[in-house]
Design a protein. Structure first.
Length: 74
């Protein structure tokens, strides 16, 4: 198994856990887990040239980061 396939599987699992954390526990931690999971999965999609998924991860990452910025204390 290639390392990026393993990273994709772990990253996908983290994203699922992250959404549960966002809904039931803590938004900041959940968004962080989601971003980390997406970052782990990204090399696989770049290697396989799945540019639509890379673009989707980028857009969802931007939304997640903007949410983090909006809830952080000033």
């Amino acid at each position: 198994m290639k390392y990026d396939v393993l990273l994709r599987v772990v990253g996908s699992g983290l994203v699922v856990v992250a959404y549960a954390v966002i809904v039931y526990a803590n938004v900041e931690v959940g968004v962080g887990l989601s971003l980390f999971g997406d970052a782990l999965a990204l090399p696989y999609f770049v290697r396989t040239k799945a540019w639509d998924v890379v673009f989707m991860i980028g857009v969802l990452g931007f939304v997640s980061i903007s949410k983090l910025i909006s809830i952080l204390p000033t």
